[in-house]
Structures are given as C-alpha cells and as structure tokens.
Design a protein around this ligand. Structure first.
Ligand SMILES: *Cc1c(COP(=O)(O)O)cnc(C)c1O
Ligand code: SF4
Length: 449
C-alpha cells in the first residue's frame, strides 16, 4: 500500500466508539462480548491505522497486535469475569458496577516497584509530582499533557492514569519545576520524557517541555530521551501529521544544542515495523540527527516467538535504529495472562540474540525493572551441581551493585524477582544485605532514592 492510501487523520476508537469501526463485525460474538465486558476494567483505545495496517484479521484472536490492543476474557479469573459480565450486561446498577470495577483495578497493583512512594523526589519542601528520580544520572519527567497514548496496550501498568483514577495520576502542569530541580542536581545527565506518550502532544506543547532544557545552565543535561509508542501505533506523527515537520525541527534544535536526542521507540512486535510509513518515520527522525532505540517487554500471546524479535531487531538495525532493552513483563495488570516464566524469557531472548549480528546485540535482556533496580537474567548455569539463575543489575538504586553477578536458585515457574531465593545456601541477596544506601544527590535535596 502506498503512503497516499493510509489513514492520515487520526481516528481513535474506544469502548464507546469501537462499534463504528468496520472491523468490529469481523470479531466473533464471544470476542465482542469479552471486549464489551472487560473494557469496563481494562480500558482499551486503538486507532484506524492499527486496525487497518497492523492487525491480520484472518488470525484474530491469535493475532499478536489484536492481543496487544483488545482485552481477552482470560485476563480475569472465570468467577470474576462471570460477575463482571452480569454487572455489565445484566440489570443496570451503575453503583455496584463502579464499586466492583474499582476493586478489580486495585487488585491489579497499579503502581508496582515502589514508583509512587519511593521515586518521587521533593525539592524545597514540596513533593514534585510529574518527576521521578530513581537512578542517579537519569530523571524521568511525565508532562501533564502527555499522559495518554495513541492506543493502549493491554499489559500496560500506566492505565490508572488514563482512566480518571486521580489519586494515582502522575501530573506535571509545567516544566519549570523540572528545570529548577535539574539546576540543583548537576549529576543528572539524562532526562527521560515519558508518559503515557509524550508524542501525543502537539509540537508546541512538546517544545514547551523541551526547549527550557536547552539553556546553558543545564549544560550537564547531555541526553534527552523521549519514550514513545507512536512509532509503532501512529508513525504518521513523524510523516504526515500537520505538525510533523515542526516536530522534526524541534528535534534538530535539540541536536544543534550539542545534546543527544534519543527517541526510545516502544516496539512490541515485528509487525509494527513492517509498514512503509513506520520505516519512513524512523528514517525521518534519524535525518534530524536524533537516534532511535527499540525496547519492549516480552509478553505471552504477543511476542514470545523469537522470530518476531529477530525480524524487529534486524529491520531496526537496517534502518539505523539501535536495539536497547527486552523487559520482563512487570508485576501488574492482568499479569497471569501475559507473564512468562523467567526461564522461558531467557530462552526467548537468547534464541533471538543468537540469530542476529553484533550490530543488533546492543540489546540487553531479559531485564526486570524491580524495586532495587533493573535485574538482568544472564544465564541458567549449573555451578557446583546446583542449577541457578545468573543475575546482575543493569541499574540499581545502590550503584555499587551494578554489574556484580549474583545467583538465585533455579525455579522453572518463577516470573519475578520477589519469587526468587538466593542460591548456594546464602541467606540474602546482595541488595538485601543492608538498607539501600541513600546518597544525597545534592545537599539541598531530600531525595527518596
Ligand atoms: C530504566 C529506567 C531508567 C533509565 O535507565 P537506563 O538504563 O539508563 O536506560 C531511568 N529511571 C527508571 C525509573 C528506569 O526504570
Ligand atoms: S504505549 Fe506505553 S504507556 Fe501507552 S498504553 Fe502502551 S505500554 Fe502503556
């Protein structure tokens, strides 16, 4: 299909409008029912490009992108599904439905790994909403206007902020608090602008976040990253959107300031990089002097086939993108549905990694973003007769732990760090030996690292 035939006007579909998409009728009645019932708890949002270009409707419900976008009934235990179905499709009782929906959502652990309590810094006595600072060199910024996405992923841990659960919402009205914080923290070299998806913002709003970071007083901020799913779900953002050129000019401006601009593209499946417009988007971004990196979690039903990763990484490398992280799906959301055992994650990663050239072996994984840091599963060796997980930190609250090997007893079922036990008779893991050392990043900050 030529670029001229593609949807260029963004058209979102949600629970309330999906019936107006022609593809709705292509779903079997039981799939329609599950989508109707489950989307009260797990909101979905998609768009015409995803429906037209990324989903192979002959393969639904097993198509990976369909699984990525639409909720499936196995995401809830059967008794919960039955009760929810009764409340959604039976006698209307909005209050009981709302109460049950909230209860189910809270059970899904909306902010895992201590994000809300442990990574939000305070500055001059005030908690800085919209900023997270977990690792010494990198500050995360959640611009208020970037807290939704072109489409939602069913596995996403950020959905509370999309569905009006206001107590859980990250929000930052302006970037001036960020600038003040960065001024006072000269060790911070990287700012990662994230969401939701910051690329949902128009060029002007994006400039309002980024341009204040380019001043000489913030010379220590050498790298600006933007985390985005738009390259996969709406690559038109960089090609045919009305302000696409303006966005690219902003990227050029960051590069001209002497900084690296890294676009962290969240690609979950090879299908997302097949359309010509998706490849064109990567090329256009690279043309500004920015870089593109590729990262995604490993998700059962979506991308557990190593061949998909091989295709994704090799296509990306050919275009000039850099494979970066493969994550282990985190401990949140409908995780029984999506989680793969760590041992299997290691096999998927290794099998894909073995098939690509060194240019794609910049990728690291599988990695768990857990409370103490990013933990890489490095191998499944047998040492002294004991089968173990070889692990190491890629990032840690306590930086001295980074790249130090440590070992856990092999457990074929384990899906997350908190299920692992130290190997070789040790009582604790290295990160449990002492209270995390909280190194003040700046004398004026009371940072909860
Ligand atoms: C992954 C992550 C970062 C960035 O880590 P890099 O290894 O530099 O990509 C920063 N902050 C948090 C909270 C993270 O999870
Ligand atoms: S694009 Fe990212 S933030 Fe948005 S729904 Fe998907 S995983 Fe969540």
């Amino acid at each position: 299909m030529s670029l001229a035939d593609l949807p260029t006007k963004f058209q979102a579909y949600t629970r309330t409008s999906i019936r107006s998409a022609r593809q709705w009728d292509w779903m079997a009645p039981e799939l329609q029912e599950a989508v109707t019932v489950l989307s009260t708890v797990l909101p979905f949002r998609t768009n015409a490009y995803v429906l037209d270009q990324l989903i192979d409707w002959n393969r639904v419900p097993d198509d990976p992108i369909w699984r990525l976008v639409f909720p499936h009934r196995d995401m809830l235990p059967p008794e919960d599904y039955a009760r929810l179905k009764q409340l959604v499709l039976g006698q209307p009782d909005p209050d009981r439905l709302a109460t049950y929906v909230t209860a189910l959502r809270l059970r899904m652990n909306p902010h895992p790994a201590g994000q809300m309590t442990h990574n939000v810094p305070s500055f001059e006595g005030a908690q800085l909403r919209g900023i997270q600072h977990k690792y010494r060199e990198t500050v995360l910024f959640f611009p208020g206007a970037g807290q939704t996405c072109h489409a939602y992923c069913t596995f996403c841990f950020r959905w509370p902020q999309f569905v009006g659960m206001d107590d859980y919402k990250f929000d930052a009205r302006a970037s001036h608090e960020l600038v003040a914080y960065l001024r006072a923290h000269p060790h911070v070299s990287d700012v990662l602008i994230t969401g939701g998806d910051p690329m949902i913002m128009n060029a002007r709003a994006l400039a309002a976040v980024i341009e204040p970071l380019l001043v000489p007083e913030l010379g220590h901020v050498q790298n600006i990253r933007i985390g985005t799913k738009s390259l996969a779900y709406w690559p038109q953002r960089f090609v045919t959107d009305r302000d696409a050129d303006e966005v690219l000019q902003l990227f050029e401006k960051v590069v001209a300031s002497g900084r690296q601009l890294a676009i962290m593209g969240h690609y979950s499946h090879a299908a997302e990089l097949r359309p010509a417009v998706a490849q064109r988007a990567v090329r256009r971004i690279l043309g500004t002097g920015a870089t593109v990196r590729m990262q995604a979690p490993l998700i059962r039903h979506v991308n557990e086939d190593p061949a998909s990763w091989v295709e994704l990484w090799t296509t990306g490398v050919r275009l000039g993108a850099i494979p970066y992280y493969m994550f282990v799906e985190r401990d949140t959301g409908p995780r029984e549905y999506f989680a793969l055992p760590l041992a299997r994650a290691y096999e998927v990663f290794s099998e894909a990694y073995r098939q690509v050239s060194g240019l794609a072996r910049t990728v690291r994984g599988p990695s768990m973003s857990a409370f103490p840091g990013k933990v890489l599963i490095d191998g499944l060796p047998t040492i002294g007769g004991e089968k173990v997980f070889a692990l190491q930190f890629l990032q840690a609250r306590d930086a001295s732990l980074v790249r130090q090997p440590f070992y856990a007893r092999f457990d074929p079922q384990a899906t997350w760090l908190d299920q692992l036990k130290p190997a070789f008779g040790a009582e604790r893991f290295p990160f449990e030996l002492a209270a995390p050392r909280i190194v003040p990043l700046h004398p004026t900050s009371a940072l909860a690292a």
